[in-house]
Design a protein around this ligand. Structure first.
Ligand code: PNW
Length: 527
């Protein structure tokens, strides 16, 4: 059979399975109701939607710089305009309200408000934008959740001292966050310090796939940037708790990203490898905060030695317990196995293929692959010491090539609940998928045949985790409100509940948006 036909047959088969399942249950749908007060909503991030990258006094961010270098982003896309949310904010909030959003997670752009990163130099037009956004949300009955840092560091601080590689970053981030609490804390009652430390540090300082695009010292810089990030988080939380929390009555936490890692076989070495994968991705940041000791995981300290900085006794006390809830971004499940020459040879082609699809150019690709394959240089990847495999159940993949594996979501929630018992519960601050929609017509005709079943299946597993397993999950934010700039993949991956036409900037709700409204309105999933 020619390959083209094979692909379409496969796609068809998936659709059939899903439709059949949907129809079989449609006549007698099962209802899964979530706990009272469960927070439903959607999320975005400043650089991914705002555009207006150099307007009204905004300073450049490391993502402006990174995306402007040809070869860093697929198709040379960037965030200069993207969704133009900066100029269409009122219209977007209105659409959110129409689509039944009750909560909205957005991020504040540090360089829009403080162009040089220094809080002494404030750009009032930038502050005014977020003031208006927050007021508009509240006017429309939507509760704001603000992320202080979703990757757009002021370029000035990268130039001044290397950004997160310097301890100076800790002081500057804390000062910036304090200003935000002062400016918006009368209305914003939920704060997130950092979005996804692992993506920031591993992709930005290990693989060079994200700004600031460094991949030369993955054996030290991943650890150093992570260390400063965690300290900045801890000091910022201390500041909020000491100076604002009592009066403003809000909560503050951090969002970690994690895939669920399963062992590729029941062999003890493979089980150890999957545990190490969890340690190096999720626990790296979770253990210092929720592990009770303010320390990095032992496996990591053993593997990295002095390349992983240690917290002082004072810092341990500060970081331990420094989050009022556990923010979690989850997308997919993978498998880990013991490393060996044979498995490396088996696994590398797939890793290379998926890395390649996210790279703007061959040069970029080769610098990113180096830290993963160079057997001589110290690296975070070598310290982790696993062979990664695709999801063992071999299910379908999204257009990000991420496996659709809802059962992993339930396992991950259990892992976090049982290991950390986070006070304030777990809030899913992102979950969602990119699926292929080349035109508006194709998108409408397809009726979200991949997206709706994806959300149904993931929400069903979240419900299982809550109702059957007793996990304390308090909220869920779909990623994302609208199609946006997907980092090194540019505009090519569409994660939105709302479609954005990048030529006309027209917004069109996808079928999934109407379906999701039903879930939010009734606090109930019908399957
Ligand atoms: C998150 N991974 O990033 C970010 O918070 C969002 O800004 C982003 O648009 C969204 O997920 C979708 O990618 C991730 O490699 C980037 O597993 C990479 C991974 C996970 C999350």
């Amino acid at each position: 059979m020619p390959p083209k036909k094979r692909v379409s047959k496969k796609k068809h088969a998936v659709k059939k399975k899903i439709t059949k399942g949907g129809q079989a249950m449609a006549s007698n749908p099962q209802r899964f109701t979530f706990p009272k007060g469960f927070a439903w909503g959607c999320a975005t991030a400043s650089y991914q939607i705002e555009g207006a990258w150099d307007e009204d006094g905004k300073g450049p961010s490391i993502w402006d710089t990174f995306a402007h270098i040809l070869g860093n982003v697929v198709d040379g896309d960037n965030g200069d305009i993207v969704c133009d949310h900066y100029h269409r904010m009122e219209e977007d909030v209105k659409l959110m309200a129409d689509l039944g959003m009750k909560n909205y997670r957005f991020s504040l752009s540090w360089p829009r408000m403080f162009p040089t990163g220094d809080v002494k130099n404030v750009n009032m037009k930038g502050v005014d934008f977020y003031d208006r956004l927050i007021n508009e949300l509240l006017k429309n009955g939507i509760e704001p959740l603000a992320t202080l840092y979703h990757w757009d560091l002021p370029q000035a601080l990268q130039d001044k001292y290397g950004g997160m590689l310097s301890k100076e970053f800790v002081k500057d981030f804390t000062a910036y966050s304090e200003k935000c609490f002062e400016l918006f804390g009368d209305r914003v009652k939920q704060w997130i310090t950092f979005n996804e430390p692992s993506c920031i540090c591993v992709l930005g300082f290990g693989l060079g796939m994200h700004a600031p695009g460094r991949a030369n010292n993955p054996g030290t810089e991943v650890y150093l940037s992570s260390h400063h990030l965690l300290l900045a988080h801890a000091y910022s939380v201390e500041c909020y708790r000491k100076k604002f929390q009592k009066k403003q009555k809000g909560v503050i936490g951090i969002t970690l990203n994690a895939e669920w890692w399963e062992p590729v076989s029941s062999h003890a070495d493979d089980i150890n490898a999957s545990n190490r994968a969890m340690n190096f991705t999720l626990d790296f940041y979770a253990e210092p905060i929720w592990g009770g000791q303010g320390e990095y995981p032992k496996t990591m300290r053993d593997a990295a030695g002095s390349r992983l900085p240690a917290f002082s006794e004072k810092e341990k006390k500060l970081i331990n317990g420094s989050s009022d809830f556990f923010g979690l971004n989850h997308y997919s499940t993978r498998a880990a196995g013991r490393p060996s020459a044979t498995t490396a040879l088996q696994c590398l082609p797939r890793e290379i293929k998926s890395l390649w699809s996210g790279m703007g150019s061959a040069g970029k690709f080769f610098s990113a692959i180096k830290p993963m394959v160079n057997p001589f240089a110290a690296s975070y990847f070598k310290d982790m010491d696993i062979s990664p495999y695709p999801d063992p159940a071999g299910t379908e993949y999204t257009t990000m090539r991420w496996a659709i594996a809802p059962r992993g979501f339930r396992s991950l929630l259990n892992y976090i609940h049982n290991k950390y018992h986070p006070k304030g519960g777990i809030i899913i601050t992102e979950n969602g998928l990119a699926s292929q929609e080349d035109t508006k017509e194709a998108m409408e005709a397809d009726k979200d045949s991949i997206r709706i079943p994806f959300f149904k299946a993931y929400l069903r597993e979240m419900h299982n985790a809550i109702a059957v397993d007793g996990c304390d999950v308090r909220g869920y934010y779909a990623w994302s409100f609208m199609d946006n700039f997907e980092w090194s993949f540019g505009n090519s991956k569409r994660f939105g509940l709302v479609r954005v036409d990048y030529d006309t900037l027209e917004r069109t709700p996808k079928p999934v948006a109407h379906w999701y409204k039903g879930v939010m309105d009734n606090n109930t999933l019908l399957v």
